[in-house]
Ligand binder design. Sequence first.
Ligand code: KG4
Ligand code: ZN
Length: 334
Amino acid sequence: MLVLGIESSCDDTAAAVWEDGTVRANVVSSQADLHEEYGGVVPELASRNHQRLIVPVVQRALTKAEVDAEGLDAVAVTYGPGLPGSLLVGLSFAKAFARGLDIPLIGVNHLEGHVCSVDLEGPRLGRPFLCLVVSGGHTELVRVDENAQHEVLGRTRDDAAGEAFDKVAQLFGLGYPGGPDIDRHAETGDPAFHDFPRSRLDGFDFSFSGLKTSVLYYLRDRSAAERKRLLADHLDDLCAAVQAAVVDVLVDAMRRAVEETGGEHVAVVGGVAANSSLRRRMGVLGREAGVDVSVPALTYCMDNAAMIAQAGARRLSAGHTSPAALDVHPNLQL
Ligand code: KG4
Ligand code: ZN
């Protein structure tokens, strides 16, 4: 089965060609540089750029995979959650493309796509598995069963983990998205430099807005000169301390979930799964708790269309296709 995947839910325009479990091409055109000067994604700019990029990105994926559009069996596309204008560009293109080729259209939940990124490489992770979906817009702990059904054990009540990194990075005067910058600075910093709060809610829910506020107050309580000196002398330490607070909360939730559910297989997916400390700490958890840990390669942690194609192929095999009237669902949940 040869599937074209399309992803345009936020600021990455992506297309991939997937054939029977193998990714033949995975093209992502990031707009990060464009949005950086605004300190976040500007929805109107994002959708305009998706419009400009969608055709060349799909063409590049087909060329790389050495596939003719006529050889495709289906088109899988993200229809939510995400920015409405951004989703619309990918979905409208996918509908027209599928209709033109007279092949099925499969709408894919972006979060289900992230969960599927676990199976893009290497041996298939055992089922059921506990999956932490951590990105710029989402923080969910789910249990995925043999039939790809998801049971949400907990989710964030306010900011997502990636959002916390991005907002704190902005307070530190770093670029957008902030996660990679914080990760880089934290490499040489001291995580014990300051004890930022770790929210522990009942069950497996998360809260990261307190961390952002705490960093805000920490900086605001100083004179401008002091703040400048602190950021000049201790940026690496502050990044390490913030990263430790986020990672502690995520790893702690996963550890408790393993203990409470007796899970044997765990995974971390989404942009924040690219965080080097989180990856290391999950490895440690795996060894200590005797569980099998899967974290996708960095390219598959970030938004990409290979994961959408994989999720779409799975849906198609289960007999699902989407109607031509499928609309975008900006607030879709798992
Ligand atoms: O999954 P993704 O590419 O897009 C969404 O669906 O949101 O995730 C992007 C998020 C951003 O918040 C970014 O700061 C974060 O993932 N991120 C990281 C790292 N790389 C990306 N956060 C922490 N450490 C990283 N190395
Ligand atoms: Zn994502």
